[in-house]
Design a protein around this ligand. Structure first.
Ligand SMILES: Nc1nc2c(c(=O)[nH]1)N[C@H]1C(S)=C(S)[C@@H](COP(=O)(O)OP(=O)(O)OC[C@H]3O[C@@H](n4cnc5c(=O)[nH]c(N)nc54)[C@H](O)[C@@H]3O)O[C@H]1N2
Ligand SMILES: Nc1nc2c(c(=O)[nH]1)N[C@H]1C(S)=C(S)[C@@H](COP(=O)(O)OP(=O)(O)OC[C@H]3O[C@@H](n4cnc5c(=O)[nH]c(N)nc54)[C@H](O)[C@@H]3O)O[C@H]1N2
Ligand code: SF4
Ligand SMILES: [Mo]
Length: 737
């Protein structure tokens, strides 16, 4: 009998509702769920491929153990016994820091990845934690930490109500949006213009998003911070500052006004390539708009001044009266949210061994991973665990990282493929597929332009004897920490959940403060694993039923009864009540950020327009490095091309279809050329996530169109405040191959 299953797509941040028909365990048609309260039927080409992923013959279906250099099928018991033997010995001999852990992006798209990697990190007690966050959004966490007191207090543009959106370094027509969850960004952007508002896109390329907007401002890569400082300078100079409802709680206005003085539009014009008259006009438009939001994404974050840019985005939101205001940059309130306390945000609580780079938000810059493995000495990483990550393609200076991984004493990966990264692993543990597990978007409902709660049960049971990812993570932790390779997972999970319950009942601001942990524990629904935690977090969250306090409130049961999701309303102002800085204020001029302004001034002198700089891009049919094995997504024209401006191409003798040799300080790649006037002169672009031609992987579709790995060219340079990698604006030489 044909059945219909509703679920939230976990592939990107947009959280679209899917309607999936299936019969006898076979996936049929997948289309957008028209009744989904958030996406109303919107879907992109990736969402309909979950069945292809499920049936991909290359997907791992058993643990693999490397014997004599070859990966062979093994049982779970064999795999964990080997992990226990090797890793307990490494910890005994060299201490817990000898184990490095890399957490990849798909972790934030699964319940187990969000909830149980935390338990793993805690149990491993290593300081060598790395993740995709330092090739992504870490500057935003750092600026939010300083300004609002918590690294996860990230404002999102109120897309559906704003009348002016200034968007930098984002291309939601391809990416479907990031750090601002909204299904159908294209439709929501068009609606801004249709209701008489304005969308301005700042990007070195005339992207699809830029072309569909009201105004496109090309900018020299890596200079957004200068442009944003100049906007703030104009707003101060022309006395346009308006702090809106936050007037009494904003600190540091005078210090900030002083800091932006050197960055008038005329002074930044040469470096940014943005005419001073344009900058002045945009500043005035921003200040005059009925409501406005400034929003910066990957292009502004993966840059040398990522934190400066991220800071200034929210400074602009604040000084135009748009922070925490309707139509401005607001804060979502997800159903699972727990109270946060006030404290001073800190970075650098520990540092990397080799270069002394500071920790941010509990982790170290992934750009330092290779050296932490390769440099001998006390504290060296000799074993690595990767969970749903492909750093060999996705993080900088790939050739060196490849060499580093090959030198490890032992490596374990939890993944769904034998790919560029996991081919180095001694043990690969197979992950479940998105359809084999439940879903509720813990990560992205906290960054959502509307407050939404949507839960999907697993559609298929994992095959008999298969461990779900939360079980793998707990068993991994137990195997390494002397609790044996065959622990009682139920007892372990009860302990992890018990700790969660204990800390919430102890919190004076929690609705269940002071209740008996045993009573709460027993009253929680969802069995074991992440669904139990979901029930608990949602019931104790801001809309929760509070274990009997409000029978109308949310619970897992209510979510089960709502397969198309629950709309919890528009974002509402949350400040000053929810500010987490020590004084409960918005800190406009945090000393640690002010201290970096001099370095930014250096950029004014440094920029030269000789030679090429390399930037990245995304295509709607891609998903970082891992969906190129889905045939329908990679069919057709080559997407891994070097985009180059036509005048540049003519000047250096390149024609469409030629191959170019692109070299940076760290590597060289040969890529087919795509000549276009959609990119600024002096700038070339390659997408990331390609380069599927390495020996030892098993990706039969991806290896046919391997593309080239752009991260062989990224040098390991970083934004010193956040440790975030510089992936845009890399100096390269381009010549015909
Ligand atoms: N040059 C350049 N580099 C970039 C970027 C850029 O813009 N330019 N963007 C960066 C960004 S924003 C990010 S987030 C990173 C991503 O970097 P990573 O997170 O390291 O890499 P991904 O390419 O997302 O690889 C995900 C891995 O998880 C596996 N996987 C997929 N689904 C599952 C699952 O359900 N379970 C398990 N266990 N494994 C799974 C895949 O097989 C793959 O090995 O890339 C970064 N790299
Ligand atoms: N289809 C698809 N969707 C995805 C992903 C994917 O790989 N494929 N990855 C997901 C992930 S992990 C993330 S983090 C998000 C990212 O989502 P977005 O931030 O929207 O990422 P991109 O689409 O790469 O857009 C970045 C834009 O920045 C521009 N840019 C480059 N350098 C600069 C610069 O110096 N200044 C300015 N102003 N612009 C610059 C590029 O030309 C590009 O158009 O996408 C998510 N969605
Ligand atoms: S936009 Fe993102 S969430 Fe929506 S269908 Fe596509 S991949 Fe899935
Ligand atoms: Mo990302």
């Amino acid at each position: 009998m044909a059945l219909t299953h509703y679920r939230t797509c976990p592939l990107c941040e947009a959280t679209c509702g899917l309607e999936i028909s299936h019969e006898d365990g076979e996936v049929g048609r997948i289309r957008g769920d028209r009744d989904d309260v958030f996406s109303h039927g919107y879907i992109c080409p990736k969402g309909s491929t979950l069945g292809k992923l499920e049936n991909d013959p290359d997907r791992l279906r058993t643990p693999l153990v490397k014997r004599n250099g070859i990966h062979e099928a093994a049982t779970w018991d064999e795999a964990f016994a080997l992990i226990e033997e090797k890793l307990t010995a490494i910890v005994a001999n060299h201490g817990p820091d000898a184990i490095g852990l890399y957490l990849g992006n798909p972790n934030v798209h699964s319940m187990s990845g969000v909830l149980y990697t935390k338990a793993l990190v805690k149990m491993l007690r290593t300081r060598n934690i790395f993740s995709a966050a330092t090739v992504d959004q870490m500057p935003k966490h750092v600026s939010s930490g300083y300004m609002f007191g918590h690294p996860d207090l990230i404002p999102v543009p109120d897309l559906d109500r704003t009348s002016y959106l200034l968007m930098l370094g984002a291309n939601p027509h391809e990416s479907n949006g990031s750090l601002a969850t909204a299904p159908d960004w294209p439709g929501r952007l068009a609606a801004i213009s249709e209701r008489g508002g304005k969308v301005v896109v700042v990007d070195p390329r005339a992207t699809k998003t830029a072309k569909m907007s009201d105004e496109h401002i090309p900018i020299r890569p890596g200079t957004d911070a200068l442009f944003l400082f100049a906007l703030a300078q104009v707003i101060f100079e022309e006395d346009l500052v308006d702090l809106g409802h936050l007037t009494d709680v904003v600190n540091g206005v005078d210090e900030l006004a002083l800091a932006v003085v050197p960055f008038d539009p005329e002074s930044v014009e040469v470096a940014t390539g943005v005419p001073a008259t344009t900058t002045r006009r945009i500043a005035r438009e921003l200040a005059a708009a009925g409501s406005a939001a400034v929003y910066g994404r990957i292009g502004t974050h993966t840059a040398e001044f990522g934190t400066m840019a991220s800071w200034m985005v929210d400074v602009l939101n604040t000084i135009t009266g748009n922070l925490d205001a309707r139509g401005g940059a607001m804060f979502s309130r997800p159903a699972h949210e727990q109270p946060r306390s006030r404290r001073q945000f800190q970075v650098g609580r520990w540092t990397t061994r080799v270069r002394g780079l500071p920790e941010t938000r509990g982790e170290l810059p992934v750009s330092a991973l290779a050296e932490e493995i390769l440099e001998p000495g006390e504290g060296q990483i000799s074993a690595l665990i990767t969970i749903a990550g492909n750093p060999i393609l996705s993080t900088p200076d790939s050739d060196r990282l490849d060499e580093a991984f090959a030198s490890l004493d032992f490596m374990v990966s939890l993944d769904i493929y034998l790919n560029e990264t996991t081919r180095h692993a001694d043990v690969i543990l197979p992950g479940t597929t998105p359809l084999q597990r439940p879903h509720y978007d813990f990560a992205f409902y906290g960054l959502s332009v509307k407050n939404i709660a949507n839960y999907s049960p697993a559609m298929f049971e994992p095959p008999n004897g298969w461990l779900d990812e939360w079980q793998v993570l707990l068993r991994l932790a137990a195997s390494i920490t002397g609790q044996g390779s065959k622990p009682d997972l139920e007892t372990l999970d009860d302990a992890v959940f018990g700790t969660m319950v204990g800390s919430v009942v102890a919190n004076p601001t929690s609705p269940i403060h002071g209740r008996s942990p045993e009573e709460i524990f027993a009253a929680t629904d969802g069995g074991r694993g992440p669904e139990r935690m979901l029930d608990f977090l949602v019931r104790t969250g801001p809309y929760g039923e509070g274990y009997g306090r409000d029978p109308e409130g949310l619970s897992l049961q209510r979510l089960r009864e709502s397969p198309h999701g629950i709309d919890l309303g528009q974002m509402e102002p949350r400040f000053p009540a929810d500010l987490c800085t020590p004084l409960g204020t918005v800190e406009l001029a945090p000393p640690d950020l002010l201290a970096d302004v001099d370095r930014l001034r250096g950029l004014l002198e440094r920029v030269s327009n000789d030679g090429f700089v390399l930037i990245g891009r995304r295509d709607v049919r891609s998903n970082n490095s891992w969906m190129h094995n889905v045939d329908v997504l990679v069919r057709g024209r080559d997407r891994c091309t070097l985009q180059i401006n036509s005048a540049d191409a003519t000047r250096i003798g390149l024609s469409p279809g030629d191959r170019a040799k692109v070299s940076s300080a760290t590597g060289t790649v040969m890529a087919p050329v795509e000549v276009t006037d959609d990119i600024m002169a002096g700038v070339v672009s390659l997408p990331h996530g390609w380069g599927h031609d390495l020996d030892g992987s098993n990706l039969s579709v991806a290896s046919v169109r391997p593309g080239v790995n752009t991260n062989r060219l990224s040098t390991g340079a970083m934004d010193p405040l956040s440790g975030n990698a510089v992936l845009n604006g890399i100096p390269v030489e381009v010549v015909p191959a």
